[in-house]
Design a protein around this ligand. Structure first.
Ligand code: SF4
Length: 469
C-alpha cells in the first residue's frame, strides 16, 4: 500500500534541488504519494505534512541542517506520528545530535535505496501498531552504487523563481540545475564531502544527465549550473556531457565547479569549455598562503592559482574564485595579501564580498581533526553550533572577520557592486593594521557574469529563513 511522503529541502544556495527531485522519482515509481517542498521557495504549510507517514529531510549543508533543526518542532506538531528521516552529507556526521532531536532514521550520501526500503516498510506496517525501527546508513555506504533515474521536478517551484544568471550587460537568464556526479575523489581536510564520501565519487549516467537538461530546457532554462562538488572528477564523463548538451542545445550556456588542480591538469579541455558555452568556472581557491593550503590539503599552491588565472584568460573562460578567508592560521598581513593579490590579478569583480568573509567551519568528522596540533586550536564540539568553535589567537583577526561579514551583508542588502564592496573591505583590512589604504582603481568596464544568489553553504540561517518556516 502506498504511503504519503513529504520530502523537504531546507536550503540549496538558490538552486532547484536535485536532492529532492531524484528521490521523488524513486518513490513515485513505487506508487507512493510524494510532495516536495523547497523551503527557499515555500513554507512548511504549503505541503500536506499532516497527512504524511514519512517525512524525509535533505541535509546537504550546514545552513540546511540548522534550518531543519528549527523546523523540527513544527513538523512534529503537524505530523506527530510520521516517521522522520534525514539524508545527505550532514546526516551521518551529526547522527547523535539528530537522534537526540527525535530523528528516527539517518541516511548518508547515497541514500535512495534505503529511503525506498524505508517507505516500503512503512507501507507494509501501515495497518499494524508496530513502529518502523531506525535504519542508519553509515558513511561507508557512500561506496554503494545507486541506480540513478531522471529527477522528477514536477512539483518544484519554476526555474525562474530560483537563482538566475546575471550577464555583464545586466540582462538575466533562467538557470537550470544539474548534478552530473556526487561525492569527490579528493580528501581536502576542511571539506564536508570528505567524511561521507571518503575520496569516492559517483557519476550520474550521461543519458540521465542529458534527460534532466532536456526537461529543464523545456521548462525555460537558458543556462545550466552544474552542482557537482567537482565537475572534472570524471573529465571524460564531463566532456561527453558537454559535447552532447551543446549538440542538442547549441545556445545553452553553463557554469561548473572545478578545482585549480584539475584546471591545470586538464588544460587541454579548456577550449572545450569555451566551445560548449562555459560562462565561468567556480573554483575553491580557499587561500593564497601555501602553508594554509597545505593544512587544508587543497592540492594546489599560490603559484598554481596565479597560473590558472592566466590560463583561463588565455582561453577566454571566466573564473570565479571562492575563498576560506578566515582560519585559525590567518593573519592580518595574510588577509591583506589575499586582497592585494586580487587587485594584482584583476579579480576584484570576480569575487562576491561574502567570499572574503567566510570563516572556517569544523563539522563533526572533519578531516582537519586528524591534522597534528589542530585540536589545540579549537574548543570541544558544540552540538548547538553543529561544530567545533574556535577563537583566533589574535583577537584582531576575529574582529576583522566580523567587520568584513557585516560589510558583505550590507553589500547584499544595499545592492553594492563587487567593486564597491571590495573597497569597503580593503579599507577595513588596512585599518586593522593601521595602514593607509591605497586608492583602488576600477579594473574592469563590466562586471562578469554571476549568479544572482551568492554561492556559500556554511552560514547561520537568517531570520528571514527561520520566519519562512
Ligand atoms: S576538491 Fe572540493 S569537493 Fe573535493 S574534497 Fe576538495 S574541497 Fe571537497
Amino acid at each position: 500500500m502506498p504511503v504519503n511522503v513529504v520530502i523537504i529541502n531546507p536550503y540549496e544556495l538558490g538552486r532547484q534541488p536535485f536532492g529532492i527531485a531524484h528521490p521523488a522519482a524513486w518513490l513515485r515509481a513505487d506508487g507512493h504519494q510524494v510532495a516536495c517542498i523547497d523551503l527557499a521557495q515555500g513554507r512548511l504549510d504549503d505541503a500536506p505534512i499532516a497527512d504524511a507517514q514519512l517525512i524525509a529531510i535533505q541535509l546537504a549543508m550546514h545552513t540546511a541542517t540548522r534550518i531543519a533543526a528549527e523546523a523540527l518542532p513544527k513538523l512534529r506538531a503537524l505530523a506527530p506520528n510520521a516517521h522522520v528521516c534525514v539524508y545527505g552529507l550532514y546526516g551521518p556526521v551529526n547522527e547523535a545530535w539528530l537522534k537526540a532531536r527525535g530523528i528516527t532514521t539517518v541516511l548518508g550520501g547515497e541514500f535512495e535505496e534505503e529511503l525506498r526500503a524505508l517507505a516500503g516498510r512503512i507501507a507494509a506496517e501501515k495497518d499494524s501498531k508496530s513502529k518502523t525501527d531506525s535504519l542508519v546508513s553509515a558513511p561507508h555506504q557512500a561506496g554503494k552504487r545507486v541506480e540513478f533515474r531522471v529527477p522528477d521536478r514536477t512539483d518544484l517551484a519554476p526555474l525562474e523563481r530560483h537563482s538566475r544568471l546575471r550577464l555583464a550587460d545586466g540582462t538575466e537568464k533562467t538557470m537550470g540545475f544539474v548534478d552530473a556526479t556526487r561525492g569527490c575523489k579528493h580528501v581536502c581536510r576542511h571539506c564536508p564531502v570528505v567524511p561521507v564520501y571518503q575520496g569516492r565519487f559517483r557519476a550520474v549516467p550521461v543519458d540521465i544527465v542529458l534527460a534532466d537538461i532536456d526537461q529543464q530546457v523545456a521548462a525555460g532554462a537558458q543556462h545550466i549550473s552544474f552542482g557537482d562538488p567537482d565537475f572534472f572528477n570524471g573529465p571524460t564523463h564531463a566532456e561527453r556531457i558537454l559535447r552532447a548538451m551543446h549538440e542538442r542545445h547549441p545556445h545553452l550556456t553553463f557554469d561548473a565547479v572545478i578545482k585549480i588542480e584539475h584546471l591545470l591538469a586538464e588544460k587541454s579541455r579548456l577550449p572545450l569549455l569555451k566551445e560548449t558555452g562555459c560562462e565561468f568556472i567556480i573554483s575553491a581557491v580557499e587561500s593564497v598562503d601555501d602553508t594554509i593550503l597545505e593544512h587544508l590539503a587543497k592540492g594546489h599552491t599560490r603559484e598554481d592559482f596565479v597560473a590558472t588565472v592566466a590560463l583561463m584568460r588565455e582561453h577566454g573562460v571566466g573564473l570565479t574564485p571562492t575563498f576560506l578567508a578566515f582560519t585559525p592560521w590567518t593573519t592580518l598581513e595574510g588577509y591583506l595579501d589575499l586582497l592585494g593579490m586580487l587587485v594584482t590579478l584583476n579579480l576584484i569583480d570576480n569575487v562576491p564580498a561574502i567570499q572574503l568573509a567566510i570563516r572556517l567551519l569544523i563539522p563533526s568528522g572533519s578531516y582537519l581533526l586528524k591534522l597534528e596540533g589542530f585540536n589545540d586550536l579549537i574548543e570541544p564540539f558544540n552540538p548547538d553550533a553543529l561544530g567545533y568553535p574556535w577563537t583566533h589567537r589574535d583577537p584582531r583577526v576575529d574582529g576583522l572577520q566580523q567587520a568584513v561579514m557585516r560589510a558583505a551583508e550590507r553589500a547584499d542588502t544595499e545592492g553594492q557592486t563587487r567593486f564597491e564592496a571590495f573597497g569597503d573591505i580593503w579599507q577595513l583590512a588596512h585599518d586593522a593594521l593601521n595602514l593607509e589604504a591605497p586608492v583602488l582603481l576600477r579594473q574592469m568596464d563590466v562586471t562578469p557574469s554571476q549568479h544572482t544568489e551568492n554561492w556559500y553553504c556554511c552560514a547561520e540561517p537568517t531570520t528571514a529563513q527561520i520566519e519562512a518556516l
